[in-house]
Write a protein that binds this ligand. Structure first.
Ligand code: GLC
Ligand code: MG
Length: 424
């Protein structure tokens, strides 16, 4: 992780299902709130880690459906696989370290003696993870017997029960908590141990995360019985672990505020959305605010007032050029005029806009180059463009940020391409 030159200001390590992604929240309201907060306030100097029970393939399926940001590190298959960056470079050292006293064949042989264990799909079985379904009322007895048998065969294996239905058998040294400790140790060696760490979870396989020394933790309000029981037995009086009153990603935002880890006001919670263009905004924040305004404009959730029209029309320099992803070049102000015309065209329809991996660099005095992915989710189709924007500080009155140039490109494998309806 060479992106940061020093320790991360905040490292969030979050489970996905029912934590970052609340499957009851069809409009992804909490997740989109989190995304806007992360990109506006944290992306540049903090680390986002997803730690899930899913395999990479099933993680990709979730990414296809949900507006998930790109994490810096992905920990998959219940802490048995670690990958870095956008291109997900696997950590082979970690994988190798899990081979110690682990033998998959013996695990399969021993577990096959328990008719109560129903193997999960082939896709959920991984080199260091053997997974089953197991009914709640049989769990305690079966887990005890399986553990004894594996020990008798000389294996260092452990079992983790989650969601009142899933049993994972892993090497003793694996699991979400062990994987996090491994990562923290790596950062420590480089002198980059994050200043603050917040772990977030909802079910049994997350429990280990909360035992990692010196971390803050949040159990979302919709946490499962087995995690609540773990808290009761292990962490009831630990003031660094919060049982949120909010579900999913809203619980994560709540914890950031509760522990004073940084700003916990998502741009999506702001009343005045026409803040873009203002001098006080950091360029990252500018991009988030503009696209938030754009979504709300098209959904008619912001009013078409004199003031908001003026805001839009003074966004870009009169000479600013926009290179549309189709390759067509046009004045940026023409695209802004199109936006103005489309006030309310998505009213009452499922339409969300978010930005991912917003990075800005001050390339000259008061001039920034901002790079990000701009996403739209519309009628269950996702569209994405790699975007670069050149911003500068206006010198004339009223001062603020001005858009000088914009360039977008469709990327292979990232969402659908739709030139005729893609605005900017
Ligand atoms: C995810 C995985 C599954 C695992 C469960 C609990 O649902 O897909 O294989 O058993 O998490 O860790
Ligand atoms: Mg979960």
């Amino acid at each position: 992780m060479d992106r940061l030159h020093g320790p991360a200001r905040l490292m969030i390590v979050s489970d996905l299902d029912q934590t970052m992604v609340d499957h009851n929240d069809c409009e992804n309201l909490s997740l989109l709130r989190f995304n806007a907060l992360w990109e506006a306030e944290y992306r540049q100097d903090s680390l986002l880690v997803f730690s899930s029970g899913r395999s990479f393939i099933s993680y990709e399926h979730l990414r296809d459906k949900k507006p998930l940001l790109s994490p810096d590190i992905t920990v998959m298959s219940v802490g048995t696989e670690i990958a870095y960056g956008e291109s997900m470079v696997p950590d082979d050292d970690w994988k190798q370290s899990l081979d110690k006293n682990w033998n998959r064949d013996i695990v399969l042989e021993e577990t096959s003696k328990f008719p109560e264990l129903t193997p999960q799909s082939e896709q959920s079985q991984r080199p260091h993870k053997v997974s089953f379904f197991l009914k709640k009322d049989e769990a305690e007895k079966v887990i005890k017997a399986v553990t004894e048998r594996l020990k008798a065969r000389g294996l260092d294996a452990k079992t983790i029960y989650s969601g009142g239905e899933a049993l994972d058998v892993l090497p003793e040294g694996a699991g979400k908590g062990r994987a996090l400790s491994y990562l923290l140790n790596k950062f420590k060696v480089e002198g980059k141990r994050p200043n603050n760490i917040l772990v977030c979870g909802d079910s049994g396989n997350d429990a280990e995360l909360f035992s990692v020394p010196e971390v803050h933790g949040v159990m979302v309000s919709n946490a499962m019985e087995e995690l609540l029981q773990w808290r009761e037995e292990n962490a009831k009086s630990n003031s660094k672990i919060l049982l949120a009153t909010e579900r999913g990603a809203a619980g994560i935002i709540q914890a950031i505020g509760n522990f004073g880890l940084g700003s916990s006001i998502s741009p999506r919670d702001r009343v005045d959305l026409s803040e873009f263009g203002s001098k006080t905004l950091h360029p990252d924040h500018e991009i988030v605010m503009f696209y938030l305004f754009y979504e709300k404009w098209r959904k008619a959730e912001v009013e078409k007032t004199e003031q908001s029209l003026h805001k839009l029309k003074s966004l870009c320099h009169s000479m600013a050029i926009f290179v549309h992803p189709s390759g067509v070049k046009r004045p940026l102000k023409h695209s802004i005029d199109d936006v103005v015309m489309l006030h309310g065209d998505k009213k009452g329809k499922p339409f969300s806009v978010w930005v991912d991996q917003v990075y800005s660099a001050e390339i000259a005095s008061n001039t920034w180059l901002v790079k990000f992915y701009k996403w739209e989710l519309c009628d269950e189709e996702k569209y994405c463009c790699l975007t670069t924007v050149l911003l500068s500080l206006k010198t004339e009155e009223p001062d603020g940020l001005m858009w000088l140039h914009m360039h977008q490109t469709w990327l292979e494998g990232r969402g659908t391409k739709e030139s005729s309806t893609w605005l900017l």
